[in-house]
Write a protein that binds this ligand. Structure first.
Ligand SMILES: [Mn+2]
Length: 422
């Protein structure tokens, strides 16, 4: 039994406001799909964030359809869960549209029972848990949930002897920093499965838990400069280091093997010198090592002011797209000295992360988070709290009150049925 495990395809993401970047994400997915088919896979698992937004454009939907048709034409079923980027509170999401086109099967809690050759439903309180079935294998999963919803739902995600669990969540053990709000669940909380097909973390990760693998393939394209293909650092001498490859997992007998796919080079460049002229020379030297079709995210630092526009034009002559930021070296570490987490509480950080996406669904997710955090029933009050968090100076932020009080309030809030909180 072989399957392909994809996650975080982010179709439609016009990174750096460049529409050709959305094209890059789509072609990385297309190439991966072709590779997977050549490997003779039995089925496909998509662990969330197929789309960058919950309301994809017709072009983006078409990109998804074109790739999913590759699987369809080879009779390869696809099982998917929605991610935080593309989940929808509407009755019908883009995933459900793809499901009616018979291009994929959506896993997880639903109001109606769904039965078919590849899916079955199990009654869960007042809802149904829709599971994938492939021969003697169960493919279980649910869409992205907030941390507190996950805790409630995990017991219902227990499969039979042979099961794969598909989730779009952060497992504590898969990340390097220990900030409570940064993760959704721990390994101990996971129900038993033969393989954990995860999504959400954009850098590739795999770890062994008990006898099974838990794996994140990472995003299919380079999502930000931390995921660069090359790191070029030029202080005293020029250093070039390669970053991670992008791709997906080919899982055979529950063991993942990473399959890399070609992506556009993204260079994370840092150049520093005391003087302006030497800095410019160094920048040119660094740019001699980049491919013309690549992207350059360039940070410059020196003791004199520079003409950023001119340097940007200079870089753009050598590379498809360049983004230059500059800071005065002699002004110290001011802009980057203090990480965000020193200024904000965990909840505020999470809200800021969600609200970076300027659309309706992220505002709703933010409100949902605040409501859950405080057990607020009244939507109007929740909206007010979101606004308050983002505009009030730190001393006035109500959220910074003792964490244990909030913890207690939350524990006291009782959910009657599953419908109350999904
Ligand atoms: Mn993602």
């Amino acid at each position: 039994m072989r399957f392909a495990h994809f996650a975080d395809l982010h179709l439609g993401y016009e990174q750096y406001n460049q529409n050709w970047r959305a094209e890059d994400f789509a072609s990385a997915f297309r190439r991966s799909a072709e590779l997977a088919v050549m490997e003779g896979i039995d089925f496909v698992v998509i662990a969330g964030d197929l789309f960058h937004r919950s309301v994809p454009s017709p072009k983006t939907l078409n990109d998804a359809i074109e790739v999913l048709k590759i699987f369809k034409s080879h009779d390869i079923p696809v099982f998917a869960v929605e991610g935080n980027h593309d989940k929808s509170i509407r009755e019908m999401s883009a995933y459900h549209l793809l499901e009616s086109l018979e291009l994929l099967n959506v896993l997880g809690l639903r109001k109606e029972r769904v039965e078919g050759d590849l899916v079955t439903s199990e009654r869960v309180e007042n809802l149904y848990m829709v599971k994938g079935v492939f021969k003697d294998l169960e493919i279980i999963g649910d869409r992205h949930r907030t941390k507190w919803q996950v805790e409630k739902i995990l017991p219902y995600l227990k499969g039979g002897e042979n099961s794969i669990l598909v989730l779009h969540q952060t497992v504590k053990e898969a990340i390097d920093f220990d900030m409570q709000i940064a993760w959704d669940l721990t390994i101990d909380q996971l129900p038993p499965a033969k393989y954990y097909a995860m999504g959400h973390i954009h850098l590739r990760r795999d770890l062994k838990i008990r006898d099974a693998f838990l794996a994140y393939p990472g995003s299919i394209e380079r999502y930000d400069a931390r995921e660069a293909s090359h790191f070029i650092i030029y202080r005293d001498k020029l250093e070039i280091r390669e970053g991670e490859k992008k791709g997906f997992y080919l899982v055979e007998d529950f063991k993942p093997r990473f399959i890399a796919v070609e992506t556009r080079d993204l260079y994370n460049i840092f150049v520093e010198d005391d003087g302006r002229e030497r800095l410019e020379k160094k920048l040119l030297e660094a740019l001699a090592h980049v491919k013309g079709e690549g992207i350059g995210i360039i940070k410059l630092s020196c003791n004199e002011n520079v003409d950023q526009k001119r340097l940007s034009d200079l870089a753009t002559k050598r590379i498809k797209y360049a983004e230059i930021s500059f800071r005065r070296k002699d002004f110290g570490e001011i802009p980057e000295a203090k990480p965000e987490k020193e200024f904000f509480t965990d909840l505020e950080l999470k809200l800021l992360e969600i609200l970076k996406e300027d659309d309706e669904s992220s505002l709703k997710s933010a409100v949902e988070l605040v409501r859950e955090y405080y057990g607020i029933k009244d939507q109007k009050k929740a909206f007010k709290d979101v606004e308050g968090t983002l505009t009030a100076p730190k001393e006035e932020i109500k959220f910074s009150k003792a964490q244990n009080v909030e913890e207690k309030e939350r524990k006291e809030k009782k959910f009657k049925t599953l419908l109350d909180f999904i």
